[in-house]
Design a protein around this ligand. Structure first.
Ligand SMILES: C[S@@+](CC[C@H](N)C(=O)[O-])C[C@H]1O[C@@H](n2cnc3c(N)ncnc32)[C@H](O)[C@@H]1O
Length: 333
């Protein structure tokens, strides 16, 4: 077994003992406290899936949060240890979390990195995490920032023998994607560190493609990537079977391949909370762009498309389709 595979196997054993994904004690306590704190009220299905109120957030945490959280960890952890995208080489990871809701992706990755750091055999340096959050629901983003801060506080107070990741102050952008792509791109150009970058859209592609169309959605994603094409970015798109078709058509547009995956997890917060349940989900990531290659190799696909775009705006190497990289900062908090 290669070193990389051995790392992945070891990390999987920690995250998913006996084949069942489980929350770390810190994350479980944080979520339980939040669910207990939030008020309960009858709400619509839309509000449950994309919460804009405290009542909606309570339902989202109870029904969807943990499922999405495990799927994010399941598909992202091999990327963090992959030879080319390995965060161990730089110790810095910038996460752009689009359609972040209550920061599910950012929390899942922070928890992953903490698990890595508490296994000195897996990583021996402190990782700095930076977050750019984008959503249309300010209630969700505020709640997410609160959870990220709560997670950071609990990490510091329960610090065990290992060390904990350095979690930066999240920057929030309340704006509709793909309109927000210029501001997200700007944020990336201002980020001058030499760390790794990751752009994640989890459980957003379906509604986005239905509303905006696959071309406009793909252009938004490419626009975010284009500003720092010198700094390759891991891209991860996640959906369930209800939006598999939209994910597949968008991924074809971007040159990514979709993988079907399933995982078995402990169920939380439900009456049958001691049972396990298996969920299938779909992921398109840069790691699946070319067989046997991971991470940065996707840029060949994306770059091809970006170059095609640049032909339409030859006056600036930094423009695609007339979008200036010097756009206004917008509503970054
Ligand atoms: C189902 S939730 C997913 C939250 C989180 N990413 C996850 O994996 O659990 C979808 C989120 O996308 C947000 N959203 C919907 N349309 C959006 C858009 N056009 N731009 C940015 N965010 C959007 C919603 O407000 C909601 O918070």
């Amino acid at each position: 077994m290669s070193n990389e595979n051995a790392y992945c196997t070891r990390l999987r054993e920690i995250l998913c003992p006996e084949g069942h994904w489980e929350l770390s004690p810190i994350m479980e306590n944080l979520l339980r406290d939040e669910i207990n704190r939030l008020p309960r009220k009858q709400i619509t299905e839309d509000e449950r899936r994309s919460p804009t109120t405290n009542e909606g957030l309570k339902e989202f945490f109870t029904q969807f949060f943990v499922r999405h959280f495990f799927q994010i960890q399941d598909c992202i952890f091999p990327l963090l240890l992959d030879e080319e995208t390995d965060i161990r080489s730089t110790g810095i990871l910038h996460i752009t979390d689009v359609g972040c809701g209550p920061t599910v992706v950012s929390l899942a990755i922070s928890d992953l990195v903490n698990t890595l750091q508490n296994s000195p055999a897996l990583i021996d340096k402190i990782v700095s995490l930076e977050y750019t959050l984008n959503d249309i629901s300010s209630a969700s983003v505020s709640e997410g920032i609160k959870l990220l801060n709560g997670f950071r506080r609990r990490l510091l107070t329960t610090k065990r023998q290992g060390c904990v990741p350095q979690m930066g102050e999240p920057e929030a952008l309340i704006q509709t994607f793909p309109d927000s792509a210029d501001n997200l791109a700007l944020r990336r150009t201002q980020n001058h560190n030499h760390g790794k970058e990751m752009l994640v859209l989890s459980y957003l592609i379906g509604p986005l493609v239905q509303k905006e169309g696959k071309r406009r959605t793909a252009k938004g994603i490419l626009k975010v990537l284009a500003t720092s094409h010198h700094k390759p970015t891991m891209v991860v798109l996640i959906e369930d079977q209800f939006h598999e078709n939209e994910l597949r058509s968008l991924s074809r547009e971007l040159g990514l391949r979709v993988e079907e995956r399933s995982l078995t997890q402990k169920t939380y917060w439900a009456e049958n909370h001691n049972e396990t349940y298996s969920y299938t989900y779909y992921v398109a990531s840069t790691a699946s762009a070319t067989a046997g290659m991971a991470g940065f190799t996707y840029t060949e696909d994306v770059t091809t498309q970006l170059q095609a775009e640049r032909v339409t705006s030859p006056d600036s190497a930094c423009q695609i389709s007339g979008v200036s990289r010097h756009s206004e900062m917008g509503t970054f908090a």
